[in-house]
Design a protein around this ligand. Structure first.
Ligand code: LMR
Length: 309
């Protein structure tokens, strides 16, 4: 294949992302992890499924960043997941140290790559990756809005007994309890859900979306969600690899857009072959804008806390 994507972290999210990338025939995949044997074993297992799944993607598992050289995209899932009772923010210290060292290696071997950050706490980890890589802001993109919107879409489709394919949703803000699902911009076959559901039901779905990650953590008990996060990261990668120019909510570095400055936070962007091709500014109502600022304040306090670590 003419495109190469590295997935850092051969845990559940990383391995599932590698599987989806290969099975969609998007690129060759390098799975890298510090655990000896783990990326090699998972990559070989995926490669052995290829004759049945009918794809020719080359899958490599390695502990050596040398093999990641020249990647077009690097999806970073490395770090520890949370356990029940923990917030994503509790992972800050451990995962920021991991992110720094991963990104230094990646930036050295693939200086032109586009980074898709998946590790938590997401928005803060984007800051670490941005600083450690020295990459242009167009090439450091956080995966959260696509996941949160997919959760909202799933709940909307179940509530109204319609196909998920008819749903569209926007969730802005940080990837935490202050995230901002926007019912006005969330639709079924183009009809805003505000015309299809009572306010109480919308509020219930919004709350469930906000706590969607914690709901899975409390069910799994040993870790966090991985199928939907992997799908979300791969949807972003696909838009970049195929230059599809999809508009997706992603965590990006804002410099004045939405009145937010010097911060990674989720907003709609156009994703194409050069990474973030445009930040789409939608007109928000006063309460929506206030919620987005509140979410930005929460992300900023985490980023400030990181500086003090
Ligand atoms: C998610 O939303 O599923 C991920 O951010 C993992 C988590 O800890 O919730």
């Amino acid at each position: 294949m003419d495109k190469k994507v590295t997935v850092v972290g051969a845990g559940n999210v990383g391995a599932t992302a590698a599987q989806r990338l290969a099975e969609k025939q998007l690129c060759d995949v390098v799975l890298v992890d510090i655990a000896e044997g783990l990326p090699q074993g998972k990559a070989l297992d995926l490669a052995e499924a290829a004759p049945i799944e009918k794809h020719d993607a080359c899958l490599t598992g390695t502990n050596d960043y040398g093999e990641t050289a020249g990647s077009d995209i690097v999806i970073i899932t490395a770090g520890i997941p949370r356990k029940p009772g923990m917030s994503r923010d509790d992972l800050l210290k451990t995962n920021s140290d991991i992110m720094k060292s991963v990104v230094k290696n990646i930036a050295e071997k693939s200086p032109d790559a586009i980074l898709i950050i998946v590790s938590n706490p997401l928005d803060a980890m984007c800051h670490v990756a941005f600083e450690a890589s020295g990459f242009d802001k167009k090439r450091v993109i956080g995966m959260a809005g696509v996941l949160d919107s997919a959760r909202f879409r799933c709940f909307i489709a179940r509530e109204l007994n319609v196909s998920v394919e008819n749903t569209h949703a926007f969730v802005l803000g940080g990837h935490g309890d202050t995230m901002v699902p926007l019912p006005r911009f969330s639709t079924v076959a183009g009809i805003p859900i505000t015309e299809l559901m009572s306010k109480d039901r919308i509020d219930a779905l919004v709350d469930r979306t906000r706590t969607g990650g914690a709901e899975i953590v409390s069910l799994l008990k040993t870790g966090s969600a991985f199928y939907a996060p992997a799908s979300a990261a791969v949807e972003m990668a696909e838009s970049i690899l195929k230059d599809k120019k999809k508009i997706l909510p992603c965590a990006v570095y804002l410099e004045g857009e939405y009145n937010i400055n010097g911060l990674f936070i989720g907003v709609p962007v156009k994703l194409g072959s050069t990474g973030i091709e445009e930040v789409i500014e939608i007109e928000l109502k006063d309460d929506e804008a206030a919620d987005l600022q509140k979410s930005a304040d929460a992300v900023r306090s985490l980023v400030d806390a990181m500086a003090a670590l």
